[in-house]
Design a protein around this ligand. Sequence first.
Ligand code: TYM
Length: 340
Amino acid sequence: MAEASFTPRVFSGIQPSGDLHLGNYLGAIRRFVEMQATGVETVYCMVDLHAITVWQDPADLARSTRTLCAGFLAAGIDPEKSILINQSQVPEHAQLAWIFNCVARMGWMQRMTQFKDKVGKNAQNASLGLFAYPALMAADILIYHATHVPVGEDQKQHVELTRDIAAKFNHDYGVEFFPMTKPVIEGAATRVMSLRDGAKKMSKSDPSDASRINMMDDAGTIAKKIRRAKTDPDALPSEADGLEERPEARNLVNIYAGLNDQTVDQVLAEMGGRQFSEFKPMLADLAVSKLAPISTEMTRLLDDPGEIDRILASGAQRARAITAPILARTYEIVGMVGPV
Ligand code: TYM
């Protein structure tokens, strides 16, 4: 397919479930802000329909959606420059997802590692929505003909599946309608790990709050979590090779590099030889200096939830100007009879 025929457009989403954490910030939101600055059209989404694939208390879901929106805004997403939406206000996402449910194959879904990790041995009890989740994610992206999707490493397989769905749709219907979207996985912190276990990803579903830094944590809590973060007894190496087999050390260096917009090599050139007793307080100071202004701004924005709701309603209107014609054309390609 001639990818060049698609105007570049960026789409990405975050689930409004639980608190935003440092992994979401470094792996995703920081990149969102950078891409917004390039002048390409950017669409960022609070994926509330995805969130309910596991149980969400309704009041908590509404609160998390507004808090996530405040997080986007506080981190630098400008609703004039980017289209900021919650998924359920743009019904074309779910409508296209149904078509994709009929394009994607059961075997493709069964291979999704996130699904397998989430359900463990209890697949029979998982919701049908959790299984079909990646088809909705493909629809989120392709209903905008998005060409680039900034995500953390854990979402790579889902973006690859999005390409498979686009290719099968195009092939089955003999069209070149959906683009081959590229995942954009960049920066030093594309996979931020748990502070308690360097083999596990930092995640909102980890039962231990000490495993993650939440965007709304206060300075004392951030410092305490970093002080208690698991490490090894050795000093920091002066080159990246020296972090092999040292997952916890590597994670803290990646976090430092991500927060400070440096490469791992730059950080180690400066920090090599230091003990964690020295490095951890420096990391804590850096994290507080970057995160405190964001959480202060989030608190201020959350004082006026009406304004957040207005931003999301206006985002949905702008989004639908893009999604409605793409859905209409999809229906036409598929053979659905519609208004003339
Ligand atoms: P979610 O809500 O789990 O995570 C949101 C974004 O944060 C990134 N992320 C991380 N990055 C680095 N280290 C971590 N520990 C870490 N944890 C999370 C994720 O990679 C993601 O970029 N299925 C998606 C949401 C989604 C979506 C989409 C994304 C729905 N539709 C369309 C892109 C395009 C999810 O559950 O992300």
